[in-house]
Design a protein around this ligand. Sequence first.
Ligand SMILES: [Zn+2]
Length: 304
Amino acid sequence: MNRVILWILGLILVLLLLGVIGNSLGWFDGGQTPQAPAPQTSEPSPTPTPSDPSDDGGAEQLPDEPLPTTPANPVPSDQVPVTPPAPVDFPHNAAGALHPGSGSGYLDRTVWSPDMCFPFEEAAFANSQVYGPGGYKGPPGTGQCDSPAYVLPWTDNFCESRGYTTPLCANGKGHQGQDIRPATCKKAIHWVVAAEGGTITDIGSYTVTLTASAAPHRVYRYLHLQMDQLSVHEGSVVVKGGRLGKSSNNFGGTATTIHTHFEIRAGVAGLSTDGKPVAVHTFLPPYLSLVEAYRRKLNGGTCG
Ligand SMILES: [Zn+2]
């Protein structure tokens, strides 16, 4: 009887072991249950925006990889705002605003020679040499070297009361250019230079005439240089900014102050801004061209 019981218990033990092993090996589940396919999400996969600088075209960022730290609102170094220096300007009265009592100015707004070189190498003072200190119509008891003649602001003196034929002036007569005092009240020291490259086409007893080689072939005339110390002669070819001579007071024996009278004459016919006809060689108001050239000079521009 005991042997029968032992056999039964042994058989039960074997069956239990077979059940454990078979279950773990999947003998009783009828094979692998097919896995349902993962549901397709209807949401499109996120597309990197073109502006995302981290988009490298497909490289994946593992989720557990530490993200690079970036400063808040980084500003590219080439976009750091840099405040440019303010352009240097200088005090000057308006075009056409002449010295009180010296006549009617011409309110032209044309910059007739927009790229010219300022005709002095150094600082200079545009104002009236006739109506200013030391001028023959200037304040009584003053001298040409008095400080008011050598300070800012500049003052236009094109069309100042004179008897010269100047078609753009109100009555057809007036001062034909701009008077400019050199840096100091000393003659034959301060260099006067070519406004444009060109040829010296005439030298008179107190005049030097430069005709620009480039269209529209403006004509520049410089008066009262130190004529026995000129750097040029008739026919000389000069470059823009090239030295012509030194500012002085030569006037063919007539007294005048130390200054350079500077003219621009038209190279071609045309119209002024207020519709007046401008014939070839008409005297043009040089003031605004001088203002712009001097401003360029103050801001580091060169004449080369
Ligand atoms: Zn003059």
